[in-house]
Design a protein around this ligand. Structure first.
Ligand code: ZN
Length: 401
């Protein structure tokens, strides 16, 4: 059985000429994209219909490149043509009512990128060969030595070039004795049912720096596409600093998720997790003009810390290393794991759990993780109070002030 794994490599163009070629290729893809998105919109407006199929746009692109957009002949035809493929998927989604029409890509507000189809690139240990560009230096680790690179994307993120290469990996499922664990996800940490606790790295300094750059951006000329004002160079500089800081935060968080998930998957092969409704939990408390909400600022802070806790990322990392089963687990934070008594008073403080019925006491997160494990392996019948209401998070859960 084979699955796909995406590996990110850092690219080093080494010479300025190659760096310019990479920028040129992504610009060619952007201009081509805008040309065809505009053309399809015009077709719809004048003829009442358009053909967004890649078969059609790809064919038109070849003619356009041959006779009109001569400068595109400097770049690989197949790569630029391939960049039109998402238009078809975008239109398909639009007709299914799942999204808007494909948008134009602005010069200053898009991530420069181009796709790599099979046969258009060659990956060796130290370099990536891109059609019509040549060898580009590459740094990165492929943990799957027997894998086969099939496709990918090259992106220019926060001032650096990266290649996201999809590898086809062979997986061999070995039958092993079932070892189960329950995981309670919290703001900034996760707790296992065996009592292990993993804390996320604190990123206060980077967050503060990010806010500083945000203020910097707000002081500078952001530009406006409607009024035809381009952003100032000082603004673009601040924007890149901001992006680079954000990238650092995300990288540290992703790294943590991979480390923790690897450790968990090494010990357990079945993982139970709370089925969290993150979108519902992070809804704004703002309310309406007639009925303004309460504690709007505190809720916004909680939302931010929930979203930055990377619950989804950890689940994603675990899902391919182990077997993740999501269980609906209401009142996990209030229910006693020993006797099943569910009451708000069980939680004396945020950290401690003390059952008012049987006297069991312990760490609140550990208790919640044990509840999730119990829900997972079907031993939930012991306790009562099972409803499908979403889990309520306490407002004082690590809200930054
Ligand atoms: Zn109890």
């Amino acid at each position: 059985m084979t699955t796909c794994r995406t590996i990110r490599y850092r690219l080093h163009p080494h010479t300025q000429e190659k760096a310019i070629r990479l920028h040129g290729l992504s610009e060619a893809c952007r201009v081509t994209w805008n040309h065809f998105v505009g053309k399809l919109r015009d077709d719809c407006r004048f003829y009442g219909q358009c053909n967004p199929r890649f078969f059609n746009t790809g064919k038109l692109f070849v003619i356009w490149r041959k006779h009109y957009a001569i400068w595109l002949q400097d770049y690989s035809m197949a790569i630029v043509r391939l960049s039109l493929k998402p238009i078809e998927t975008g239109y398909k989604k639009f007709y299914e009512g799942k999204g808007g029409l494909p948008k134009f890509k602005g010069q200053y507000d898009h991530v420069p990128s181009f796709p790599l189809g099979s046969g258009l690139f060659k990956l060796t240990g130290k370099s990536l060969h891109i059609q019509r560009i040549g060898q580009v230096g590459l740094v990165g680790n492929n943990p799957y030595p027997d894998s086969k690179p099939v496709s990918g994307t090259v992106k220019y993120e926060a001032g650096h070039w990266y290649a996201y290469i999809v590898h086809e990996v062979k997986v061999t499922a070995s039958p092993a004795p079932i070892k189960e664990v329950g995981i309670d996800r919290n703001v900034g940490q996760v707790t296992l049912s065996d009592g292990t606790r993993y804390d996320m790295p604190k990123q206060d300094r980077l967050e503060a720096r990010k806010r500083q750059y945000q203020r910097m951006m707000s002081r500078r000329r952001a530009g406006s596409r409607k009024q035809g004002i381009r952003p100032s160079n000082r603004y673009l500089k601040a924007k890149q600093l901001h992006a680079r800081t954000q990238q650092k935060i995300v990288q540290a968080r992703t790294n943590w998720c991979h480390h923790v998930s690897k450790e968990i998957a090494g010990k357990y092969n079945v993982v139970y997790m709370e089925d969290l409704n993150t979108a519902g939990m992070t809804a704004s408390a703002k309310g309406t003009a007639k009925q303004p909400g309460k504690n709007v600022k505190a809720k916004a802070g909680l939302n931010r810390s929930i979203l930055s806790s990377a619950w989804g990322k950890l689940e994603q990392c675990l899902s391919y290393k182990s077997n993740v089963i999501k269980v609906p687990a209401p009142y996990t934070s209030q229910k006693c794991n020993e006797c099943g008594h569910t009451e708000k008073d069980n939680r004396k403080t945020q950290a401690d759990f003390a059952c008012v019925s049987c006297g069991y006491s312990g760490n609140a997160d550990h208790n919640a993780a044990l509840n999730i494990l119990a829900f997972g392996n079907g031993a939930a019948a012991r306790g009562g109070g099972e409803t499908t209401r979403p889990v309520k998070r306490e407002m004082d859960a690590g809200v930054p002030h």
